[in-house]
Design a protein around this ligand. Structure first.
Ligand SMILES: *[C@@H]1O[C@H](CO)[C@@H](O)[C@H](O)[C@H]1NC(C)=O
Ligand SMILES: *[C@@H]1O[C@H](CO)[C@@H](O)[C@H](O)[C@H]1NC(C)=O
Ligand SMILES: *[C@@H]1O[C@H](CO)[C@@H](O)[C@H](O)[C@H]1NC(C)=O
Ligand SMILES: *[C@@H]1O[C@H](CO)[C@@H](O)[C@H](O)[C@H]1NC(C)=O
Ligand SMILES: *[C@@H]1O[C@H](CO)[C@@H](O)[C@H](O)[C@H]1NC(C)=O
Ligand SMILES: *[C@@H]1O[C@H](CO)[C@@H](O)[C@H](O)[C@H]1NC(C)=O
Ligand SMILES: *[C@@H]1O[C@H](CO)[C@@H](O)[C@H](O)[C@H]1NC(C)=O
Ligand SMILES: *[C@@H]1O[C@H](CO)[C@@H](O)[C@H](O)[C@H]1NC(C)=O
Ligand SMILES: *[C@@H]1O[C@H](CO)[C@@H](O)[C@H](O)[C@H]1NC(C)=O
Ligand SMILES: *[C@@H]1O[C@H](CO)[C@@H](O)[C@H](O)[C@H]1NC(C)=O
Ligand SMILES: *[C@@H]1O[C@H](CO)[C@@H](O)[C@H](O)[C@H]1NC(C)=O
Ligand SMILES: *[C@@H]1O[C@H](CO)[C@@H](O)[C@H](O)[C@H]1NC(C)=O
Length: 850
């Protein structure tokens, strides 16, 4: 390049850059020094460079767009006319699922208005946010414009309405505010219109402009808040793809639909369409895709749907359909996807699978989604012939029997979910023989079945699915040896092997070979050895979120560097193991911690002091049943988000500090079986409004129960037994409204996700043990008062007999006097009543059901 042209190029780029907005009308292209380099016009090159300057390009998509790379027609995404050299096409779309970090962001430079010959502009899937009116106003030749999936906002540029050559207009997935659609009135050549995820509920009558687009072949109005079916008769010959999913209309409008002679794809899913599927839809034999999922469809699946012999995709999931899969469906040889999940459909899948398996040369079925149905019977052997199958969802049906070995022939299978059914028998190497593409393998049970599903795999088996990312075999039988075949699955992110019968030593290689581990659940096995958390050589699990090793025989100490090897841990349970030593302060450097459960180990020493206060997400602390001692750090008593605090069965001492006032979200306090002392502060009633379970049993608390304590309206378990409390039982005990109702309280534990099972179980055990009886009901129903072994005096307040939800009332071993309230006989739920070792008179009324 000659010096002067470099200079003029620099000068031009300076002008465009700094004066660009003012130069729009000056028509740079008519400058006398316009010249071509290669095929590329220099003024267009500068315009493109100006566009590049205006955007962030983190993935260097535009790295070839450089001044020293002169022929702009060869730049990435640029297409020029091979006759005139003018830029006609810009392909700057990214793939739909590209992460934010690799998209173009920022605004479109007005300089792009120089590209007067532009016919094709694809900016899909970026993060651009502004588009100048001048630009749209000057690219009059545009035939293809796709801005979908950006952050454009405000009104639609009015000049868009003058682009009368447009065939393709994609505006979906932006933030445009669209009040009316008149801009469509001149776009008579449109074949494709996408306005998905735009709120069109305010466009009123102007919606009719869509009906005048006579050439329209694809219309995408997904998620547009349309209150009614928008289309009338004018598309009869052209419309081929109609996506009206996720709107708010009720009717089916199949009469209008029948008029669309060329319709191939119809998506009405996620609306409010009620009633049976109209049989007449079977006349629409041009259909290849029919999606009606997520409506309120009822009745059987019509047999005549099988008349739709071109059908490739049928989605009826998430409705209220019932009855069997029609026999005729076995003839759907073009079907690629069938989704009938979340309906009440029943019967067996055998006929259907047998039918499809006879398709020649091959079944094309890729996705079979039948989860959460009432299907029965077993998986037929012929399933092995569905060679194209990629995703098979059969979880939570009523199916049972043995799983056929032919499953192992499905070499394309990526997703297999057979969980929550009643399978029995065994799974062998044959069952997995050719599953080289498997990514998700889920065969779990919600509890161990009487005859568990056996994994009969030899210790030297080399498993074929090396791409596996998710493994959940909860409650299957894999043991007794640690499954060595998972060793070569180094892409595993989730390993869920709860209660799979392993009683073995943890191998040395575990879990070091899983760099992308996010969740590890080995709970309720009998795995021995040091906690597999001492990771040396700088190995880190930065994505690790959940670690559940509860209920094993793990020994050793909690590693000091757990905060460095698993910095993102949010749920951790090491309960019921043989872990010793003290709790390291590194625990408190797990900033995302929500649930920490270390109960029933041999932990000892004092708790790390100032450490807990920065854990802003902490909801559950369970350190019960260890040998911990000393004062509980003030920083625990100040964790504002805490919901469950269990420190029971340790050697903690001290009293309830004023900081407890700040813990207004507490629902469970269990300090039982420690050496806490002092009185029960009066403010508890006011400051702990959500408290449901207060368990202070077997400590050295003294003083009185005050009327203020009766403000704990949500309380349903009050266990103050074995303390030194005295005074009378206040009459206001009748105000514990949580105990007055017989309804179960909502199962609050469920809000803690991963550890909920464990916690319910655990709490059940503590409470029942504490109360020293075998309580086999569920915790949600349990309502009790235990004040035994104290020094309470005075009469039993009659108001207590109004607590009709109580199952257990234990007031024994006090100094109570007076008569036993008559009405105690009307407490129908009461299973245990112990008033012994007091100085009471009268008798337990006959009416009492015991
Ligand atoms: C221009 O490109 C078109 C299609 O790419 C081709 O058919 C035509 O022959 C080319 N013309 C010239 C002059 O190279
Ligand atoms: C851009 O879109 C074209 C046409 O749809 C497609 O073939 C191409 O793969 C897309 N490019 C990227 C990077 O996604
Ligand atoms: C659009 O075209 C109409 C005439 O067809 C013209 O009056 C109007 O000014 C144009 N609008 C823009 C913004 O170019
Ligand atoms: C159908 O097209 C005709 C002819 O362009 C037009 O007059 C009529 O209004 C359109 N119908 C609807 C319902 O928009
Ligand atoms: C179907 O088309 C016919 C003729 O083209 C028209 O008379 C009728 O109204 C249309 N039906 C519906 C429901 O749009
Ligand atoms: C389905 O096809 C059969 C046989 O071709 C035909 O007799 C029947 O009328 C069709 N049913 C519907 C609803 O289209
Ligand atoms: C299935 O049937 C039961 C009992 O009639 C009903 O309660 C349930 O809502 C139905 N489920 C679906 C998905 O329609
Ligand atoms: C499967 O379930 C059905 C119905 O509940 C029962 O009759 C049958 O014996 C079961 N089959 C097996 C193999 O468990
Ligand atoms: C496991 O498989 C082997 C060979 O496939 C067989 O000999 C053995 O009986 C099976 N064991 C169980 C418990 O089913
Ligand atoms: C893990 O935490 C670090 C900061 O501690 C954060 O940068 C990273 O994005 C987190 N990773 C995941 C997968 O959450
Ligand atoms: C991990 O915890 C230790 C002990 O509290 C602390 O010294 C160290 O700085 C922490 N590391 C990180 C990355 O938080
Ligand atoms: C506990 O089990 C016994 C015997 O199975 C039964 O009679 C009793 O009703 C059960 N109690 C509760 C609270 O479920």
């Amino acid at each position: 390049m000659a010096i002067d042209s470099i200079l003029s190029a620099i000068l031009l780029s300076f002008l465009v850059l700094f004066l660009g907005p003012y130069l729009q009308t000056a028509k740079l292209c008519s400058c006398s020094d316009d010249h071509k380099i290669g095929n590329c016009h220099s003024f267009e090159r500068l315009a493109l460079l100006d566009f590049k300057k205006g955007v962030e390009d983190p993935s260097n998509m535009l790295s070839s767009w450089r001044l020293d790379n002169e022929d702009c027609c060869k730049w990435h995404g640029v297409g020029c006319s091979n006759v005139t050299g003018y830029v006609e096409e810009l392909h700057l779309n990214t793939t739909w699922d590209t992460t934010q970090a690799t998209r173009l962001s920022g605004g479109i430079s007005p300089a792009l208005a120089q590209l007067k010959h532009l016919k094709y502009l694809d900016l899909r899937g970026n993060a651009l946010d502004s588009i100048p009116d001048q630009f749209i106003g000057s690219v009059k030749e545009l035939r293809y414009l796709d801005l979908s999936g950006n952050y454009f906002e405000g009104r639609i540029p009015q000049q868009l309405g003058n682009l009368s050559h447009l065939h393709h207009l994609g505006l979906s997935y932006n933030r445009f505010s669209i009040q009316e659609l008149q801009f469509l009135s001149h776009l008579t050549s449109l074949e494709y219109l996408g306005l998905s995820r735009s709120d069109l509920s305010k466009t009123g009558e102007s919606l009719q402009y869509i009906n005048r687009l006579h050439s329209l072949s694809e219309l995408h109005l997904f998620g547009c808040q349309l209150p009614s079916f928008p289309l009338m008769t004018n598309f009869t010959t052209t419309l081929s793809v109609l996506d009206l999913s996720d709107n708010n209309f009720g009717g089916f409008f199949f009469k209008a639909i029948l008029n669309f002679t060329a319709l191939q794809s119809l998506d009405l899913s996620g609306n409010e369409i009620q009633g049976p599927i109209p049989k007449a839809i079977a006349q629409k034999t041009s259909l290849k895709t029919l999606r009606l999922g997520g409506n309120d469809l009822t009745g059987p699946i019509p047999d005549v749907l099988a008349n739709l012999t071109s059908l490739e995709c049928l989605g009826l999931e998430f409705n209220h359909l019932e009855g069997p899969i029609p026999l005729s469906f076995g003839a759907f040889c073009k079907l690629k996807e069938l989704a009938l999940s979340r309906n009440n459909i029943s019967g067996e899948i055998t006929e259907f699978v047998n039918g499809i398996s006879l398709c020649r040369p091959n079944s094309l079925l890729e996705i079979l989604d039948l989860e959460q149905t009432k299907l029965t019977g077993n998986i037929p052997y012929s399933i092995g012939n569905l060679k194209s199958l990629r995703e098979l969802f059969l979880q939570q049906t009523s199916m049972n029997g043995t799983i056929p070995k032919s499953l192992g022939q499905l070499s394309e299978l990526e997703w297999l979910d057979l969980s929550l059914n009643a399978w029995d028998g065994e799974l062998t190497e044959d069952h997995f023989a050719n599953l080289a593409n498997l990514i998700f393998l889920i065969i779990s049970f919600d509890e161990k079945p009487p005859k568990p599903l056996f994994f009969n795999l030899s210790s030297n088996w080399v498993c074929p699915f090396t791409k596996l990312s998710y493994l959940d075999l909860t409650n299957c039988q894999l043991g007794p040896f640690f499954p060595s075949w998972i060793r070569n699955l180094n892409r595993l992110g989730d390993i869920m092997l709860e209660n799979v019968g392993i009683s073995d030593k943890i191998p040395n290689w575990f879990p070091k070979i899983y760099p992308s581990l996010q969740a590890l659940d080995l709970s309720n096995n009998q795995i021995r050895g040091k906690l597999p958390l001492e990771l040396r050589n700088g190995l880190k699990f930065t994505e690790m979120d959940m670690l559940n090793l509860r209920g094993n025989l793990f020994s050793g100490t909690i590693p000091l560097n757990i905060n460095e090897t698993m910095p993102n841990l949010s749920h951790v349970s090491l309960s019921n193991n043989l872990i010793e030593g003290s709790i390291p302060s590194s625990i408190c450097n797990l900033k995302l911690l929500e649930v920490v459960s270390l109960s029933s180990n041999n932990l000892s020493g004092e708790l790390p002091q100032e450490c807990w206060k920065d854990l802003q997400f902490l909801e559950v602390i369970d350190l019960s049943n260890n040998h911990l001692s000393g004062k509980v750090p003030i920083s625990i008593w100040s964790a504002p988000g805490l919901s469950i605090l269990s420190l029971s069965k340790n050697g903690f001492s001290g009293n309830l500090p004023p900081n407890l006032k700040t813990m207004g979200l507490l629902r469970v306090i269990d300090l039982g079986e420690n050496s806490f002392s002092g009185n029960l502060p009066m403010w508890m009633g006011k400051r702990l409004p959500q408290l449901e379970i207060l368990r202070l049993r077997s400590n050295s608390f003294s003083g009185f129960i005050h009327e203020h304590h009766c403000l704990l309206h949500s309380l349903r378990i009050l266990d103050l037994a074995h303390n030194g409390l005295s005074g009378t039982i206040p009459h206001c005990f009748g105000n514990f409204s949580g105990m007055a109702t017989v309804h179960p309280t909502d199962p609050f534990i469920s809000s803690f996700g991963i550890n909920n099972h464990e916690f319910v179980e655990q709490l059940n055990v503590w409470i029942t043990k504490g109360i020293e009886l075998e309580y086999n009901g569920t915790l949600a129903f349990l309502k009790c008062i235990d004040l035994s072994h104290n020094a309470f005096s005075g009469e039993i307040p009659t108001e207590i007999t109004g607590l009709l939800g109580l199952s257990i009332l234990n007031l024994s071993m006090n100094h109570l006097t007076g008569r036993i309230p008559e009405k105690i006989g009307s407490m129908q739920r009461l299973e245990v009543l112990d008033l012994s070792r007091n100085q009471l008179s009268g008798s337990i009324p006959q009416a009492f059901p015991l």
